[in-house]
Design a protein around this ligand. Sequence first.
Ligand SMILES: [Zn+2]
Length: 464
Amino acid sequence: MKSKKYFLLLIGILVSAVCTGAEPTVELAASPKAKNIIWIIGDGMGPGAMGMFMQGVRLTDLPQYPDKQSVLERFIDASVSGFYFNHTYNTIVTDSAGSATQMATGALSRPDYVGIDYQGEKKVNLLEEALSRGKSVGVITDSYVADATPAGFLAHTKSRKDKYEIARQTVQGAAQVVLGGGKKYFEGKENKKLLKTARKEGWTVVENAKELAKVKKGRVLGLFAEEAMPFYTEMDRYEQTPTLKEMTQKAVELLAQNENGFVLVIEAGKIDWALHDQEAGPAMWEMVNLDETLAYVWDFARQQGNTLVYLNADHETGVPVFHYRHLDSETVKHKSAQGEMLYSGNMDYVNTPYYQKIFDYKDLLYYVYPKFKALPPQEQTAEKLQQMADEAFGGHIDLRLEGQVPDYAGLIAKLNEALGMRWATDTHSSGMLLGVAYGPGADGFSGVYHNTDLKGKFEKALGW
Ligand SMILES: [Zn+2]
C-alpha cells in the first residue's frame, strides 16, 4: 500500500516536471527547435475584433468560406494560445511604436519610442539578432514601411514621427526583404537620393506587383504607395498593387533561399485604421485580408515542419461589440416594420442578418463623407447622404437621419446605432491580447505573459 502511494507520488512529480518544464532533458526531447519564424501582427486586433470576425464567418454566407469557418478559427484550434499584456514603462495604454519596440527588443519602452528602451538606450531586436546568427530577415506591411509597427523592427529613434530617419535606417539596415507603402519617405525631403543609394547597396527597388513578381533573388525594397497601401475593400481599384498575401508569398520565396533559415514579420496594418474609424465592415474585410495571408503562411509551415508561426496584435483598437438594448417605442415601431424580431416587446438582441450587412460593406464612410461634403450645398441633403452611404454599404442600412445631416462623428454614431454596436473607444485600449503559436517551439507561448517576453520566447524556440 505504502509503496503504491510513493509510486503515484513519483509519477506526479515526473508529470509536473514535464508540465512546468523543470526537467530540461524532457523538455528538449518534447520541443524541437524552429528554423524559421513567421510572425503575423494584426495591428489593433484585439480579441473582440477576432471574435467578431470568426463569429461573423460562422453566421453569414460568404463565398470565401463555404464551410463557414475562418482560417483564423482553424488555426487557433490547432495551435497553442496565450494571453499577454502590452503596458509600457509607467503607462497602462500604449501605441504601435512602444508595443512594436517591446515585442522586437524585449525591453520595456514608452509610447512613441522606436527600438529604444524607456531610458532611451538603443536595444538589439530579434531581427538583428537573427541576422548576426546567419538568418535572413524581412518585414512586410500593408500600411507604410516607416509606420510605427514595421519601424519597431527596422529602426531605432526617439520618435515614430522621424519617418525620414526610419526610412534611412531601413535602407542602411540588413533586412533582405522590405515591402509596403510609404514611398514618399524614401524619396522626399532630405531623402531625395536615398533610393539611388539603396540600389547602389544592392537593393532591387520595385513599385508594383509586376516588378515584384520578377524579383527572384537578392534584396528587395518594395514601395507600392506614396503613403499607406489601400484598404482591402479598395483593392479592385489598384490592380498593380500586390496584396498582403502576394507580398508574403514573395518574401517567403526569397527568404527561404537561406539555408540557415529566416525571420519574417508581417503587419496587417489596416485593421487598426478601420477600428479607429469605428467602421466594422472595413475592419472585418481587413480581417479577411489577414486570414488569406494566414492561410498561405500556415500551409507553408505545415509543409516545412520547421517553421514557427506566431499570430498576435500590438494592442487593441476600438473594442467593438454588439449589445442588447431596450428600445424606445418609436424604434420598436421602426424595427417591427422592417420585420425584425424583438423580445419582451422592446428588447433588441441584434438580429443575426446584421452580420451580413457588415460583410456587404464595400467602401468606407471615411471616404464617402468628404465626397458628400464636396457636393454643391443644395445637394447636401440627408437623403443624398443616405443614398451615398448605401452605395458604400453594398445594401441598405437605415441611418435614420430624419432630415438632418450630421457631422462625421455623428454619422459614425448613427451607423453604429443602426447596427446595434458599441465601441469602447476610438483609440487604443489596455485590453489583454491573444497570441497564437503553431509549430516547433509553440509550447512556450501558453499562459499569461507580457509582450516584452516575446523576444525571449522566440529565441528559446530557435534554440538560442
Ligand atoms: Zn498599432
